[in-house]
Design a protein. Structure first.
Length: 210
């Protein structure tokens, strides 16, 4: 007994067996699936690249450390003086700060460079009231035209204080090898009285200890 096959009409008026798709329809479906799969792949790939880029940016970015603040210390002023020296060959000026020594430990000689009597003794007494108790008096080897203060190394600050006390316009100077007195042995500071100081009726009063 033969099996009866049923046929149905296709779109072109022909006969085909049921359950079988036409070759053209199958190819169309395959193309559609490929296109859909490609679109899905592009979308997935785009999301993956975005995640990777975001992760890379987060990993490579660094934050700068906060600015460090260095504390500064303010020092209280001390009794010092600055001595400036200039080098002729280089033209450079250097500054050295020297501390003020206790007045009672400084030996001061007051030399009278004028004909005014007792001028050296008068100023030695005035310096003694400001703390310079170890004083000597003498006469200069020759008349002096102006008052001056000389010092040995290390006593620049005290010499500058005495200049201020005497209100001299000229700054203190190094003692040198030929001071205008017969001897300065054991003397730290030499005060030479000229007419500008010796002719005063009284020594200048100090407003503060030099």
């Amino acid at each position: 007994m033969s099996r009866r096959e049923e046929y149905e009409d296709d779109d072109h008026g022909g006969r085909r067996r049921p359950g079988r798709a036409l070759p053209g329809l199958q190819v169309g479906r395959a193309v559609i699936l490929i296109v859909v799969g490609f679109i899905i792949g592009v979308i997935v790939l785009g999301k993956t690249n975005s995640v990777v880029l975001t992760s890379s940016t987060s990993t490579t970015s660094t934050s700068l450390p906060p600015t460090s603040v260095i504390p500064t210390t303010t020092r209280a002023p001390s009794e010092t003086t600055s001595v400036h020296s200039s080098s002729g060959s280089t033209g450079r000026t250097t500054s050295t700060t020297i501390a003020l020594k206790p007045a009672s430990q400084v030996v001061v000689m007051v030399a009278n460079g004028t004909t005014v009597p007792a001028a050296a003794a008068r100023y030695a007494t005035e310096l003694g009231t400001t703390g310079y108790s170890d004083t000597k008096i003498a006469d200069t080897t020759s008349p002096q035209s102006a008052s001056a203060v000389y010092y040995i190394s290390g006593y620049e600050a005290n010499a500058g204080a005495i200049v201020s006390f005497l209100r001299l316009k000229q700054s203190a100077q190094p003692m040198g090898s030929a001071p205008p007195v017969s001897s300065v042995q054991g003397v730290d500071i030499l005060v030479v009285l000229g007419p500008d100081l010796a002719s005063s009726t009284t020594a200048t009063s100090a407003t503060s200890s030099p």
